[in-house]
Write a protein that binds this ligand. Structure first.
Ligand SMILES: *Cc1c(COP(=O)(O)O)cnc(C)c1O
Length: 396
């Protein structure tokens, strides 16, 4: 959802409204009318942020806590920023129940930066790592890791009653001599989410949680490393959160860039160099917002409700379809197709005009995709469902 301060006379702000309409390819008049009600942003990432967070950031943008400067303009070494950074970390620790033997790092480079950092930090003088393949992101993680290690790939996608499913975690064959095993808990493009956690024994389990972190409860101790690019459920892009068990520090290759070295970053409080301070600050506001929502358990409950609402709408119709097996359907990213492909463009045009933005599917998959991360309210999903039912009635 957008938030703009419209308390001043809206007519005086016509030009900027028109521009925003043009940005999203909407007739400015329609945009203005819809804008007064509500716009829901289904973007894959950077994704919508909670409205309350945006409003607070706007309020204190130029004058943070009465200091007369923006938090963006302050030294990362100032006592104020250090306190803010520590508080954000503590809030995340509280929310996710992170044990003391795990470090929490606020890094640069998003999710893909970690695709390189993981092998460089964990391989030491070992040569092999295991990677599970479930879709777009796990494949890209392999492309990066291959530069540094011999990768054993295991494709765990299977077909079940004509739908895409994932092999049960108990059947995953982990090589016991691997330096680590890597998988992606939520493939945001295919809409596949793995809810069970594999038992990998002594082999450290590394999880890319970029598009599912903070959306449901997990047990941190099941993992060696969890990492996530921020722009889905944490805050703005430019930041990656890494949660690493401390016995995994100290195995970095000598050639690793210091900025990617988890041990160096852990010892420097994630400030080996200037961290992405504004993203860190906004992440802290998001963590506070999650606490106010009742924590991850409450959000998980809401995410189950939201995703069920949309899947039920898709399943109840022959006009729409989703080809992912029930057991691994993502609660965050819901791809769906129109049976009549000829209506794709019309669907995008009319949904956009109705204030439902960014529903076009990823180019590699086609069709539509609704990304409904933590910040998407139930009303947003309900609006989409109402629109879809109406669209079907109109065109079937
Ligand atoms: C979005 C996403 C990424 C990409 O992160 P960047 O910050 O763009 O590098 C990686 N992995 C998963 C699972 C994602 O959903």
């Amino acid at each position: 959802m957008f938030c703009l301060d419209l308390t001043s006379d809206i007519k005086s702000d016509k030009a900027s409204l028109r521009n925003m309409g043009i940005i999203f390819g909407i007739n400015p008049l329609i945009f203005k009318e819809k804008f007064m009600n509500s716009i829901f942003n289904f973007s894959a990432g950077p994704a919508m942020l909670p409205v309350d967070v945006m409003k607070q950031a706007q309020e204190e943008f130029c004058n943070w806590h009465g200091l007369g400067v923006s938090i963006m303009e302050m030294s990362h070494r100032s006592s104020q920023f250090l306190a803010l950074a520590k508080e954000a970390e503590q809030d995340l620790r509280d929310l996710m129940n992170i044990p003391d033997n795990y470090k929490v790092l606020f890094c640069h480079g998003g999710g893909r930066g970690q695709f390189a950092a993981i092998p460089l930090n964990l391989l030491g003088d070992q040569l092999e790592a295991d990677y599970l393949v479930t879709g777009h992101w796990s494949k890209l993680a392999i492309v990066e890791a291959k530069k540094y290690a011999r990768i054993s790939k295991m494709d765990i996608i299977i077909e079940k009653h004509g739908k895409t499913a994932v092999m049960p975690v108990s059947d995953w064959k982990i090589n016991p001599t691997s330096a680590y095993v890597h998988y992606c808990t939520n493939e945001s493009i295919e809409g596949i989410e793995i809810f069970d956690v594999p038992k990998t024994g002594k082999v450290p389990l590394v999880a890319d949680m970029s598009s599912t972190i903070l959306s449901r409860k997990i047990n941190i101790s099941d993992f060696g490393i969890i990492y996530a690019g921020a722009q889905k459920n944490i805050g703005p892009s430019g930041l990656a959160v890494v949660i690493v068990r401390d016995d995994l520090l100290g195995f970095a290759r000598r050639s690793i860039p210091s900025i990617l070295n988890y041990e160096i970053q852990a010892n420097a409080g994630s400030m080996h160099n200037t961290p992405p301070t504004y993203s860190w600050y906004l992440a802290g506001l998001v963590f506070k917002w999650i606490k106010k929502q009742g924590g991850i358990g409450a959000l998980e409950h809401k995410n189950i409700t939201k995703s069920k609402l949309l899947y039920d709408c898709i399943d109840a119709s022959t006009f729409y379809s989703n080809n992912v097996d029930l057991s691994v359907r993502s609660r965050m990213n819901i791809p769906f197709r129109l049976t009549n492909k000829g209506l794709n463009e019309t669907f995008i045009r009319e949904s956009t005009a109705a204030g439902l933005l960014s529903l076009k599917g990823h180019s590699s998959v086609g069709g539509m995709r609704a990304n409904i991360y933590n910040a998407m309210p139930i009303e947003g999903v309900q609006s989409l469902v109402d629109f879809m039912v109406g669209f079907e009635r109109k065109y079937s």
